[in-house]
Design a protein around this ligand. Structure first.
Ligand SMILES: Cc1cc2nc3c(=O)[nH]c(=O)nc-3n(C[C@H](O)[C@H](O)[C@H](O)COP(=O)(O)OP(=O)(O)OC[C@H]3O[C@@H](n4cnc5c(N)ncnc54)[C@H](O)[C@@H]3O)c2cc1C
Length: 257
């Protein structure tokens, strides 16, 4: 198991009313779509996607104790970083469609940086409940061709981001779809891709304790999200009965999504 590196928070960027990014100097190499375990002293250790710009950074949506504490922290305070873990996205020279909503952009930002470096064309469909919850709107619009959808119609298409994704998939020559966000959204994107025979890679979230395959709490249909994922291909998703339907609680009970 990798050791925990203690890092100091250098700066904080409020991204939306419920999502913020914490920047720190970590310096380890990682691949787009991999994750790290973030230790919040005295609170918990939780999985988070990792990205890099001037500093390494994580982007955190407020949910429970750990993420709320990360939302209260300030520059100068310290957290632990363990990893990187997981497989990451497998990106080749293709025309890529990114479909994301909620906090999913946290996992995909590094894929966008990679594609920009390699001159790979990327279209992004970005969704949120409201305009102010659109994560990384400026970053996606600077580096990719951006389409926006909001549930309340406050920006872009009034409706689901999957409506936009379907249109792009039907009208453009997309070779690969990358998706991360609410699982119901990813399931719809998966079904569109299967119907059109388009490659898809989806980054799944499951409750995770160790990040290294010991506790098995992140298991989904016999696969461990921490070791076998978090990114799964369309062929792997086809074999998962729980995908888009069930998740496990902290106690390991299977409950409907
Ligand atoms: C590989 C991976 C990468 C992730 N990357 C990010 C990221 O970049 N940014 C981000 O904000 N979050 C990310 N998450 C989710 C994040 O780890 C959880 O939101 C966090 O652990 C919640 O901890 P908490 O103590 O704040 O909330 P808790 O009190 O533990 O939980 C609050 C609610 O969130 C649900 N929850 C807890 N953990 C998870 C989980 N792993 N997946 C889905 N639901 C969960 C619980 O069921 C509960 O309903 C990632 C998860 C995984 C598995």
């Amino acid at each position: 198991m990798s050791s925990v590196d203690i890092v100091e928070i250098e700066k904080i960027q409020e991204e939306t009313p419920t999502i913020r990014s914490l920047f720190f100097e970590w310096g380890k190499k990682f691949k787009a779509g991999q994750f790290v375990m973030i230790w919040i002293p005295g609170v918990d250790e939780v999985p988070m996607a990792i990205s890099k710009e001037d500093f390494d950074f994580i982007t955190v949506k407020k949910r429970g104790d750990a993420t709320e504490t990360l939302h209260e922290m300030e520059p100068g305070q310290k957290i632990g970083v363990r990893g990187p873990y997981g497989n990451g996205y497998d990106i080749k020279r293709e025309k890529i469609l990114i479909v994301t909503g909620g906090c999913g952009g946290a996992s995909l930002m590094e894929a966008v940086h990679f594609a920009e470096d390699k001159d790979i064309e990327v279209v992004t469909c970005l969704g949120a409940k409201t305009e102010e919850e659109l994560l990384f709107r400026d970053r996606f619009s600077d580096m990719t061709e951006l389409r926006v959808a909001t549930d309340d119609g406050s920006a872009g298409h009034h409706g689901f981001v999957t409506d936009l994704a379907k249109k792009v998939i039907c009208e453009e020559d997309i070779d690969l779809v990358l998706t991360c966000g609410p699982e119901i959204m990813m399931k719809k994107v998966f079904e569109i891709c299967v119907a059109r025979d388009i490659q898809i890679q989806a980054s799944l979230e499951r409750y995770m304790k160790c990040g290294i395959g010991i506790c098995d709490s992140c298991t989904i249909d016999g696969k461990q999200v921490c070791l076998d994922g978090p990114v799964f291909t369309g062929d792997e998703l086809k074999e998962m009965d729980e995908f888009g339907k069930f998740e496990r609680t902290k106690e390991g009970r299977l409950v409907e999504l």
